[in-house]
Design a protein around this ligand. Structure first.
Ligand code: SF4
Length: 466
């Protein structure tokens, strides 16, 4: 059986696309591997939202070339936003790439994998040569480990029609293309049947989703999905503040299974910058959306994205954002220095000097870190419910889990820890003892098969040693 290795850069949309390709590959007779040296097909799912992601993707293409040099039958395939945007340049910069599929060509990519599959069983086996190569590392996020099926991503739409002036997405993924409600609900049902405990609805502007024929908006979609038997938790990413009507937020507030976290990208709290970004809201209107969330989802943590150093950002503009963040409103924030993207309007405007942008960035991070720390500190002494992710990447004696508000929780593995057992009983109650900027640490108290169950007590590692 041939192996496919899938490496994913970027957002949850790409994770969902990788999951689709993995499903198609498995149906066509491939096994998924997390080791590039074992793969017959190497797939890189690229991102272009930031310059750094683009450089990493090209670096990875060149890095993986040694596998093709060792075994000429290995095929290197690239998909994702960079493939869509950069097809011609990619053919020049990485001529060893065998095939390039844009973001709208995933079905064709699946067909191609099917077509290639028989050829792998007839070929000369160079696996011994490949095994001599130094480990190439890598990950295949969302498609390989014993726990990945617990969290499923379901795309509700492709593309975006908003054309924020810094964003490449509408240029590479096209305008909104919303999937019919029946298709989304059927996909979620399939993921639940496959063992998903938590389903994330994914779209570039997920709450703009509409089914014109069914007359349904995003609130209706979530209520429909929440009715499915077996769905334990529901979440979504990434909404646009503009598209949170009171009706939609009230619909979300009526769902018991909705995770208590709303990601609400702010980008800037300066109206002048928001206007130049074409964000379609003012700081005051953003605040009104926060009020709606507070009213209908009072338990929800609010997280955000912020760009620092957008072209034309003055010190006063930046301080408006800094002051807003310093109120402690955000449980967490993804903060970025503005990254110029070819083909977007903002790339042609006067840029903020890099040293100014990075100094502002440091001040913003410091302010947000204080809020994040305070938010995490409030968990100390409480017991949180969390869905296990598997072994901690930094310490194999510990497990990692995600609390319902998406906070990372790390705990020593209990004495009965076993991948298969904890994948079957993945809901942990964790007594939180310490808090950090990146999350919390604690001790696993119980594990449960179902979210609604209390679960069975778990011995702590310390007790087992006595
Ligand atoms: S809303 Fe703006 S930032 Fe988000 S995907 Fe659309 S254009 Fe990009």
């Amino acid at each position: 059986m041939p192996n496919i290795y899938i490496e994913t850069f970027g957002c949850q949309m790409n994770e969902a696309d990788s999951q689709y390709v993995a499903d198609r590959a498995e149906a066509a007779g491939y096994a998924i591997t997390s080791v590039p040296e074992e793969a017959d097909v190497l797939l890189i799912n690229t991102c272009t939202v930031r310059d750094n992601a683009e450089r990493r993707a090209y670096g990875r293409m060149n890095h993986l070339k040694v596998l093709k040099d060792a075994d000429p039958a290995v095929r290197l395939v690239v998909t994702g936003c960079l493939a869509e945007q950069d097809r011609d340049r990619m053919q020049k910069l990485a001529p060893h790439v065998d095939a390039i599929f844009g973001t709208k060509e995933l079905v064709r990519l699946g067909d191609q994998l099917e077509a290639w599959q028989p050829s792998f069983s007839e070929r000369v086996d160079f696996s011994a040569d490949r095994a001599l190569l130094a480990p190439l590392g890598g990950s295949a996020d969302g498609v390989t480990d014993a726990f990945s099926h617990l969290r499923a991503f379901v795309n509700v739409q492709r593309g975006c029609s908003y054309y924020c002036t810094f964003c490449i997405v509408p240029h590479v993924r096209g305008r909104f293309d919303h999937r019919p409600i029946g298709d989304v609900v059927a996909d979620v049902a399939e993921k639940i049947a496959g063992g998903a405990r938590e389903v994330m609805l994914v779209g570039q502007t997920v709450n703009a989703w509409r089914d014109m024929v069914a007359g349904a908006d995003f609130g209706d979609l979530c209520r429909e999905v929440a009715r499915l038997a077996g769905l334990e938790r529901l979440t979504f990413i990434s909404p646009h503040p503009k598209d949170f009507s009171e009706k939609i937020v009230a619909d979300l507030g009526s769902l018991d299974c909705l995770n208590p976290r709303v990601h609400l990208p702010l980008q800037s709290a300066s109206d002048a910058v928001l206007r130049r970004m074409n964000r379609k809201y003012t700081a005051e209107q953003y605040g009104q959306k926060v009020d709606l969330i507070r009213r209908y989802l009072p338990q929800a943590a609010i997280t955000t994205d912020i760009i620092v150093g957008f072209p034309g950002e003055t010190e006063a503009d930046f301080e408006a954002t800094l002051d807003y963040v310093a109120t402690g409103i955000f449980a967490n924030a993804f903060t970025f220095v503005y990254s110029m993207r070819r083909g977007t309007p903002a790339a042609n405007w006067d840029q903020v000097p890099a040293d100014v942008a990075s100094a502002r960035f440091a001040r913003l991070v410091e302010a947000q870190n204080a809020s994040t720390l305070a938010y995490h500190a409030r968990k100390r002494g409480t017991i949180v419910r969390a869905l296990v992710c598997g072994t901690s990447k930094k310490d194999a004696s510990k497990l990692a889990a995600k609390a319902l508000d998406n906070v990372t929780v790390i705990a020593p593995k209990p004495p009965d820890y076993d991948d298969a057992l904890y994948a079957r009983a993945p809901w942990l109650s964790v007594a939180i003892e310490e808090s950090r900027i990146w999350g919390c640490t604690g001790t696993v108290v119980t594990r449960a098969h179902r979210f609604s169950e209390n679960g069975v007590p778990v011995k702590s590692p310390a007790l087992s040693l006595i």
